[in-house]
Design a protein around this ligand. Structure first.
Ligand code: BEZ
Length: 211
């Protein structure tokens, strides 16, 4: 059955470039990003894994573990990591899952045969500390993903989880936030002492609470 937002992320045991992992145990109390790519030794994938390596500190700051996956085996991944480090001027320091039997790819519906036969498309799953799926993205093989956007989504998700605010269109760090509808307008001053604006009864804005 297809995975939906709010579902528990399917657990699995898999071989990776950093040894065998059991996904939920590996995540521990952290947030997680699981992202698939079609194939090792391909150009767009090489730039993507390099970009994630360079952003690793940003994911760490947010208590997010990142893990990549494709249907190639561990030996292939390890050889390719050398190329990624060399060409993208980075050090890949996160695990890459080897999924030659497509066990994880099937669990997460990462193979879309009408788009890409027998290879994983560019899927992204953000998983919360409660192991629930918070975001799903699917990109075509020819389009490299925007990993700054993933960090932006993580910031938004963490603001909602920790402060009961949502984020408006094109929100970026430092912009005003939206008070979630579950909070009554009369309760806003106590919860959001930095101030608020009632634009409409259903549209209440407040400065980003964690600044
Ligand atoms: C790439 O990573 O460049 C790629 C992989 C599969 C199909 C097309 C592009």
């Amino acid at each position: 059955m297809a995975i939906r937002l709010g579902d528990t992320a399917p657990d699995f045991t898999a071989e990776t470039t950093e040894g065998t992992i059991q996904f939920h145990e590996w995540l521990g109390d952290c947030w997680g990003v699981l992202f698939s790519h079609p194939k090792d030794y391909t150009p767009v994938c090489t730039t993507e894994l390099g970009r994630v390596a360079k952003l690793k500190g940003e994911f760490d700051k947010r208590n997010v573990k990142v893990i990549a996956i494709s249907v190639d085996d561990v030996e292939s991944h390890k050889g390719w990591v050398g190329d990624i480090n060399e060409t993208q001027s980075c050090t890949v320091s996160y695990p890459i899952i080897a999924d030659p039997e497509r066990q994880v790819a099937q669990l997460y519906d990462m193979i879309h045969p009408n788009a890409l036969d027998n290879m994983t498309v560019r899927s992204v799953f953000i998983v919360g500390p409660d192991k629930k799926i918070k975001l799903m993205l699917t990109y075509p093989a020819s389009t490299g993903r925007n990993f700054d956007e993933l960090l932006r989504v993580i910031d938004s998700l963490q603001l909602t989880a920790n402060y009961q605010v949502a984020t408006p269109a094109d929100w970026k760090h430092g912009d005003v936030c939206v008070v979630v509808p579950a909070i009554k307008t009369e309760d806003i001053p106590a919860k959001f002492p930095k101030g608020h604006t009632v634009v409409k009864p259903y549209l209440r804005m407040t400065p980003q609470p964690n600044l």
